[in-house]
Design a binder for this molecule. Structure first.
Ligand code: SF4
Length: 211
């Protein structure tokens, strides 16, 4: 099987396994996903989903968060870790959205990258989930799984993994595929324990198992 064929086969099987693909961060407005994805660095999505409830109770929109004292944001987001830098980025990002984008989220990858605290992973997540555009989100699960599966060979740097996957994954399916990798990485192809290959729908085609 070529890498392209393997990719399509893996995508098909994961789609059957996890028919509904979506982001595990809760949000009902695009700017909230930007906040959550910044908070999610080195933190679980479950914890972020709890912490943002308190944040939005106090600051329900971009303007109020842009005007908020950074110390007060930090106080609320501290349970997510890296509180100071996350609070600073969130504050600066909301100010930029307010001042330069009239409170809207730009639907342009390069413009998203210029927002404070937004890297390629976050920009891709926004492009895929908010705007329904092609996206490859290379988070820790994605990087671990595509290496194990043999879609990339020993590449750990997120941007390099992203570039390799752009060559293999049909663009319109990239966002859902990456969400499914997260589900599979949490449930089956786990990081901290031995992966549960005996329960995996990919066990007969996964490089980790057959090489
Ligand atoms: S077979 Fe094992 S290593 Fe491969 S994807 Fe499944 S759980 Fe992960």
């Amino acid at each position: 099987m070529t890498k392209e064929e393997l990719t399509i086969e893996i995508m098909d099987r994961l789609e059957k396994e996890y028919p509904v693909a979506g982001c595990t961060l809760d949000y009902n407005q695009a700017w909230k996903l930007l906040v959550s994805v910044r908070l999610a660095a080195q933190c679980t999505d479950a914890r972020v989903n709890i912490v943002v409830q308190g944040l939005y109770e106090k600051y329900p929109d971009i303007n109020s968060l842009a005007e908020a004292d950074v110390d007060e944001i930090e106080e609320i987001v501290r349970p997510c870790g890296l509180g100071r830098s996350k609070a600073r980025d969130i504050s600066a990002c909301m100010k930029m959205l307010r001042d330069e984008y009239d409170g809207r989220i730009p639907d342009d990858f390069d413009a998203l990258l210029k927002l404070p605290g937004v890297g390629r992973k976050s920009a891709n997540l926004i492009m895929g989930d908010v705007f329904g555009k092609p996206a490859i989100v290379t988070d820790t699960h994605c990087i671990r799984l595509v290496n194990r599966m043999g879609l990339v060979d020993g590449i750990k740097e997120p941007k390099k993994v992203e570039m390799a996957l752009w060559k293999l994954v049909p663009p319109e399916k990239g966002s859902d595929f990456c969400h499914r990798l997260v589900y599979h990485g949490r449930d089956i192809c786990t990081a901290r324990t031995k992966p549960h290959c005996d329960k995996c729908c990919l066990q007969d085609i996964c490089a980790k198992n057959i090489l």
